[in-house]
Design a protein around this ligand. Structure first.
Ligand code: FES
Length: 69
């Protein structure tokens, strides 16, 4: 059975979302500065935003709805 929340890291930079929370980052930009997450293709940035907003570190795949912009 497929993992319902398979998105757990920035794949490009191999940074897990729990590492982003541990870094103390308060914004997607700061997460990039502190960990490198979100600084390449950018497809994880909506998840990073949700991670920082909710404290969750595992997400279902979402499509770009603009919900987390
Ligand atoms: S998956 Fe995070 S920058 Fe590409």
């Amino acid at each position: 059975m497929m993992d319902p929340t398979p998105v757990r890291r920035c794949v490009c930079m191999n940074v897990r979302f729990d590492e982003v929370l541990e870094s103390g980052a308060e914004s997607v930009e700061e997460a990039g500065e502190l960990t490198g997450a979100g600084t390449k293709c950018g497809s994880c940035r909506p998840y990073l935003a949700a991670c920082l907003r909710t404290g969750e570190t595992a997400f279902a795949i979402i499509w770009d709805t603009g919900e987390f912009d």
